[in-house]
Design a protein around this ligand. Structure first.
Ligand SMILES: NC(=O)c1ccc[n+]([C@@H]2O[C@H](COP(=O)([O-])OP(=O)(O)OC[C@H]3O[C@@H](n4cnc5c(N)ncnc54)[C@H](O)[C@@H]3O)[C@@H](O)[C@H]2O)c1
Length: 458
């Protein structure tokens, strides 16, 4: 394995440095700016030590069959999160955690310090709420770091445009960047995609996606306790605030939207949608509790998406495709295993009949596969950058959300060019800063009002 980082392999560096040291001419020669440790070890920093951060760090450390990898730095805005993540990971991977207390950083600038602990070609994990993605990715590019970042990677038009620009910049610098749309790495879906492209169910004319569940994540947020820092309260409840996460649509529906668009092999060009706040009680977040989105593709095909966070209703977490000569289950119940299948007609979805194809063996975990793919690309210096696709998926998802929130048909261009930046100050936040969203005198935050607020979502 050549293990190249930034075009120069770790082995090349070792050869070069040892030869030069013998010749005694170190001072007069430019040493390539690659991993100074000159070994095969990839060092990882974790920024955002929450649920998914722990999971991504686990997946990263489990790639040790491909070569040595260790966690050397952590950052978060809650000390309790750093502590619990450190305790969990150091018990699970006692030999791969080398993040002493002086490399565990608390604060809004902690991400910089964690990345400063790495060297060019190492990997930083960005698993904070999505609002911070472009800020942290900008710094990672400056530092020459490879990146794994969770979805969604943009919450509004301005952050979508920033990420598209950064995508290009990171590609120019040959950085390897994974985006946590892990279903794209699923072997079963991958095989089905090829079969659909081969025409086994004809042309796709309709796709459908459902994420209908009870209250999910922090989609419902109660009033802020009087003694609580408002910024931290919004960050802790980030699904409830559009600036922090893009809300329930962006956070929860993106995977199903993305897997449908993958099978269609296209992004939709416009969206119309409806939704409402039915049972909000005393909750003060910005979400609707139902969303019905109709996306239209360039060839006129449709993608219907149903999102709901309401107890006592039908529940479904699945995606389907309908072609001119058959139909497909893209995912059955959650992200993995997907149990995808092809049928020769329309009447057998979701589970009946005899499929004309199914994967037929155990599905490897796509959360692990996406890491194996990223780390292999880093070690072999292969082109690998998912940011453009991740930004497009984030903007397509936001387009459906904006259509519901404004009550208007929204095109992809309108979404991308939208000037409403939810949190222009996100790069400058500190513990004392005012929260990007301010409550009114009644303690409630501004919410979407379709038909009334039509150029902004709130
Ligand atoms: N791919 C998937 O299936 C999947 C699953 C779950 C979550 N996610 C994504 O992962 C991200 C995190 O979600 P989660 O469920 O882990 O949330 P979480 O709240 O458990 O973790 C987020 C962490 O980031 C920290 N944080 C917030 N702002 C920060 C900042 N400015 N600097 C440093 N740390 C900061 C928080 O304190 C928290 O510990 C989201 O984008 C979410 O959509 C993806």
């Amino acid at each position: 394995m050549s293990s190249k980082k930034n075009g120069v392999s770790r082995r090349d560096v070792m050869k070069t440095t040892s030869g030069l040291a013998v010749a005694g001419v170190l001072g007069s020669v430019a040493i390539p700016a690659v991993h100074a440790a000159a070994d095969e070890t990839i060092r990882v920093a974790l920024v955002g030590c929450g649920g998914r951060g722990n999971g991504a760090a686990e997946n990263a450390l489990l790639t040790n069959k491909l070569g040595p990898i260790k966690l050397v730095a952590m950052a978060d805005v809650f000390q309790s999160r750093i502590d619990s993540s450190y305790n969990f990971l150091s018990k699970r991977f006692p030999k791969q955690i080398e993040a002493p207390v002086e490399r565990r950083f608390l604060g809004f600038d902690g991400y910089k310090k964690a990345m400063d602990s790495l060297q060019k070609g190492d990997i930083v994990i960005l698993t904070t709420p999505p609002a911070f993605r472009w800020v942290m990715f900008t710094y990672a590019i400056e530092k020459g770091l490879n990146v794994f970042m969770e979805k969604p990677i943009a919450v509004d038009g301005p952050s979508g445009r920033k990420m598209l620009k950064l995508a290009q910049e990171s590609e120019n610098r040959k950085l390897k960047v994974g985006v946590g749309l892990m279903c794209r790495h699923c072997e079963a879906r991958g095989e089905m995609f090829k079969r659909i492209k081969d025409g086994q169910i004809g042309d796709l004319v309709l796709l459908r996606a459902y994420r209908q569940a009870g209250p999910t994540g922090s989609a419902f947020v109660g009033r802020k306790p009087a003694d609580k820092n408002e910024l931290l309260y919004q960050i802790q409840n980030f699904h409830g605030f559009l600036w922090a996460s893009g809300g329930a649509v962006s956070d929860f529906l993106i995977h199903n939207i993305d897997e449908c668009c993958w099978m269609k092999d296209a992004w939709p060009v416009s969206a119309k949608a409806a939704g409402g706040r039915h049972y909000r009680g005393d909750n003060v977040d910005q979400n609707f509790d139902t969303y019905s989105i109709e996306y239209t593709f360039g060839d006129g095909a449709k993608l219907l998406v149903e999102g709901r966070t309401m107890p006592g209703c039908h529940q479904e977490f699945a995606s389907y495709a309908h072609g001119t000569r058959g139909s497909a289950v893209i995912s059955t119940s959650g992200h993995t295993p997907c149990h995808c299948k092809l049928f020769k007609d329309q009447k057998n979805l979701p589970r009946g009949g005899s499929p004309i194809w199914e994967f037929g063996r155990e599905e490897p975990n796509p959360y692990q596969l996406e890491w194996n793919d990223l780390v292999t690309a880093v070690r072999q210096d292969r082109p690998y950058n998912e940011v453009k696709r991740g930004a497009e998926a984030s903007l397509v998802t936001a387009m459906g959300r904006m259509a519901a929130h404004t009550g208007r048909v929204i095109t992809l261009e309108q979404m991308r060019d939208c000037e409403h930046e939810f949190a222009p100050q996100v790069a400058e936040l500190t513990f004392d800063a005012p929260a990007p969203l301010q409550a009114g005198k009644d303690g409630k935050y501004p919410v979407p009002e379709p038909g009334k607020k039509i150029r902004r979502e709130f």
